[in-house]
Design a protein. Structure first.
Length: 350
C-alpha cells in the first residue's frame, strides 16, 4: 500500500536589511519613547530596506539565496515558488516572477499570495498541498515584506510596529512521520477597515486626493486588532490541536506571528502553554508581516529537533488568521562553508 506523502521543511533561509531603525530614533520624529515602545510592544529595533535599491522581490530573493548558499540544493531543482507578501514591487506583474529571475529558479513557476500577516501560513499550507499531490518535489515558500514602503512615519501608532525582512523554507516530500500536519485557516472581511491601506487598489486608484490624504499608508484600530488577534490565535490554536489529536503538553515550541509581545503573552496564557516554549524575535525585527514566522524558524532552527511538534499561529489584516502544527524533520545536508550573517548596522534616514 502506498504510504502517505507529507511535506516537510528541509531547508531554511532568511534575510534582513542592514539599516537598523531604533526606538530612540523614532522618538526624535514622533511623540513616543523607547520605554513606551518596549513596554507596549516588546520591540527594541527593526530593520529597514534601502528606499531605492531594495524592493520586496530583493528581500525575498536574498532569503532564497541564503537558503541555496547554505544547503545542498540547486536552483534548477526548484519547481514552484509561493511568495507571501502584502507589499509586492508592483500591482502587475507578480513579484514572484522577479524573485524567480533574481534567484535563478529557471524551472520554477511562481505566484504571489496576499494573506497579510497570515500570508506565510496560508502559503505553507498551499505549498504542502502541492507536495502532497505527488506532482511536485521541491517547493519554496517565502514570506517577504517591505513594510517601510507603506508606513507613515508621521503616525506614531503604526510606525513603531513594522520592519522589513524575508524568510524562506524549502518543502520536500517524505513518507516518514514528519512534516506539515492539518491546518485551520480563516478570514472575516468584517475586519477589513480596522487594518488596511485604503488607496492604491482598484477601489481607490492613486490620484492627487489620495496622495494628499496620505491614504497609501497603513492605518489600524490598534485596540480592536489586539482584542481580535488574541481571541483568533487562541481559538485557532486550540482547534488545530484537536484536529491533529495533540494535547498542549505535546507541543514543544510555539511559533506565533510577531505583532506585539503582549498579544503573544496573552495567547500563551490562554492556551496554558509555558511562555518559555514560545519563540520570539520581535525585539530585533518588529512586525515584518508575511516574514515573521519564517524569520523565527530561521533564527531558531538549531533549537528544533526531529520529532518535535511546532505550533504556528498567525493573525492579520482581512481579518485573516489560522494555525497549523508540524512535526519537525531532518533538514537536508548543509554545505561546508556557511554563508550569511546579520548585516552591520547602517545610519538611518527617513
Amino acid at each position: 500500500m502506498r504510504k502517505e506523502i507529507r511535506a516537510t521543511i528541509s531547508a531554511l533561509g532568511g534575510y534582513v536589511p542592514s539599516t537598523v531603525l531604533t526606538n530612540q530614533f523614532l522618538s526624535t520624529i514622533v511623540d513616543t519613547s523607547d520605554e513606551w515602545i518596549r513596554q507596549r510592544t516588546g520591540i527594541e529595533e527593526r530593520r529597514i530596506a534601502n528606499a531605492e535599491d531594495e524592493a520586496t522581490s530583493d528581500l525575498a530573493a536574498s532569503a532564497i539565496q541564503n537558503l541555496l548558499d547554505n544547503y545542498k540544493v540547486k536552483p534548477e531543482e526548484i519547481e514552484a515558488v509561493i511568495l507571501a507578501t502584502a507589499t509586492p514591487d508592483h500591482l502587475l506583474a507578480p513579484a514572484s516572477s522577479l524573485v524567480c529571475k533574481k534567484s535563478g529558479l529557471i524551472n520554477a513557476f511562481g505566484f504571489d499570495l496576499n494573506g497579510a500577516c497570515s500570508g506565510f501560513l496560508f502559503g505553507l499550507t498551499t505549498g504542502a498541498s502541492l507536495i502532497e499531490s505527488g506532482r511536485y518535489k521541491k517547493v519554496i515558500v517565502v514570506g517577504a515584506d517591505k513594510m517601510s514602503s507603506i508606513v507613515d512615519y508621521k503616525d506614531r501608532n503604526s510606525c513603531i510596529l513594522f520592519g522589513d525582512g524575508a524568510g524562506a523554507v524549502l518543502l520536500e516530500p517524505t513518507t516518514e512521520d514528519y512534516g506539515v500536519m492539518e491546518s485551520v485557516m480563516k478570514t472575516d472581511g468584517g475586519g477589513t477597515e480596522s487594518l488596511m491601506v485604503k488607496a492604491g487598489g482598484s477601489r481607490f486608484p492613486a490620484i492627487a486626493e489620495t496622495i494628499e490624504n496620505r491614504s497609501h499608508y497603513i492605518r489600524q484600530n490598534g485596540a480592536l486588532v489586539f482584542k481580535n488577534a488574541v481571541e483568533a490565535m487562541s481559538s485557532a490554536s486550540s482547534e488545530v490541536l484537536d484536529l491533529n489529536d495533540l494535547d498542549k503538553e505535546e507541543i514543544d515550541w510555539v511559533i506565533p506571528h510577531q505583532a506585539n509581545k503582549r498579544i503573544i503573552q496573552a495567547v500563551s496564557e490562554r492556551l496554558n502553554i509555558p511562555f518559555e516554549k514560545v519563540k520570539i524575535n520581535i525585539e530585533k525585527y518588529g512586525n515584518t508581516t508575511s516574514a515573521t514566522v519564517p524569520l523565527v524558524l530561521w533564527d531558531f532552527a538549531e533549537d528544533f529537533k526531529p520529532g518535535q511538534h511546532l505550533l504556528i499561529t498567525t493573525f492579520g489584516a482581512g481579518f485573516s488568521w489560522g494555525a497549523t502544527c508540524l512535526r519537525w524533520g531532518q533538514l537536508c545536508n548543509k554545505k561546508e562553508k556557511q554563508e550569511y550573517a546579520l548585516p552591520q548596522s547602517e545610519p538611518i534616514s527617513l
